[in-house]
Design a protein around this ligand. Sequence first.
Ligand code: ZN
Length: 463
Amino acid sequence: MEPKTPEEKAALQTLEAGWENELAFLKELIALPTVSFDPWPKEPLFECAAKIEAELAALGPDELTRLRAPAVPEDAVPVLFAHWKAPAGAKTVLLYAHYDVQPPMDPADWTTPPFEPHERGGRLYARGSADDKAGIVLHLAALRAWKKSLGKLPCGVKILFEGQEEIGSANLEELLRRNAALLEADAVVIADCGNAEVGTPTLTTSLRGMNALNVEVRALRTALHSGSWGGIAPDVGLLLSRAVASLADDWGRPTFPIPGWDPRTAPARALPVPDRDRISGQIGLLPGTELPFPLESLWAHNWFEPAVAVTAMECGRVGESGNVIHPVARARIGLRVPAGCDVGAATGALEKALRAALPAWVELRAEPEDAASPWEADADHPLMRLAAETMSEAYGKETVFAGCGASIPLAKLFGELLPGTPVLLTGVEDPLSAVHAPDESLELADFFSGAKAETALFGRLSD
Ligand SMILES: [Zn+2]
């Protein structure tokens, strides 16, 4: 990449010279099984936090502390906060990443043990390699490159590293709401997402919102013998499955109107076009299955359109049910909505459509869960453009502005607490990373490019 100043050039050279050490530190963190789920032991999380804290301390921050909201127990997994004040005229950036990981599930499904880092074909395999210990080390590496080369940072930096992301960041949310002033920055970088393709720098600028409806349908007072009464008693299994099936097509695209979303007015966007075989493999389609939409619009369906998912459905249990007509059937129906939609109103529309699809004499109970709102970044914000520019240079390829079908409540929360501050969703995951799955991996070349981009970004925030 083309450094803009001699200082930036020196920082990038320092980053490159020290890269082996950064990789070694990433492997050190990976070796700690920092699973935040119960009943996994909490010691590795504390050990990991202490290691990261020591690295932060060595970089001489103006402030380094473990944040804890009053309601959070003293022995909770720490949230690390560090602050280097901005030199006069420079901007401040808040950097987020998390050091906890998902459980590895069955270690037998892994090619090499989940907490032993192994390099194969330019990728680093281990739990947490991409999600999200690479995010932690990427931030640290950029800080270190400047500290070592210039003796100080060219811009202000705040660090927020947590160890409970995979279990919902409950402590963090309470903490952020109480300490919004502490977080004030010109931009927030959440390094917990990834690239649309290996080698393609990507900024995620929209997330879908979601909610789920827990429904219970009752059509009889009690269970009946299916021989004695079959054919003359209402079957709640049939009633619920027919009603649920009427909500969407086979691919989860809703058939009922979603308030705030009109497919006829959805903006046309230039999106990455996936390779048919590769995407079919990633989705895990069975042989003979054909995607019913053109590949050009595939990501539009996933990123910018609503979707229904039947996440659970029950009416008796196979293996335990005899010849019975059941009185009650239950389902959990998930709904994703794109930016611009009110998730509460959309969930209401889902319930209404379900009600309309059932006969009036069927009893329906529907309980929504906690909603996550959709989120959209201002892709034209100057700092968003600046980040995209440094990423394009570091990767040697134009940065893609992508959406994401999932929800990241933290992005929305930062947007809410710091209105007007751009939230940059970056990261070094990619479609091959298998995050949350066996054989999680990190593309090492992209990891280095990401660190170069952030190093350059710091320099360009100096005026
Ligand atoms: Zn993550």
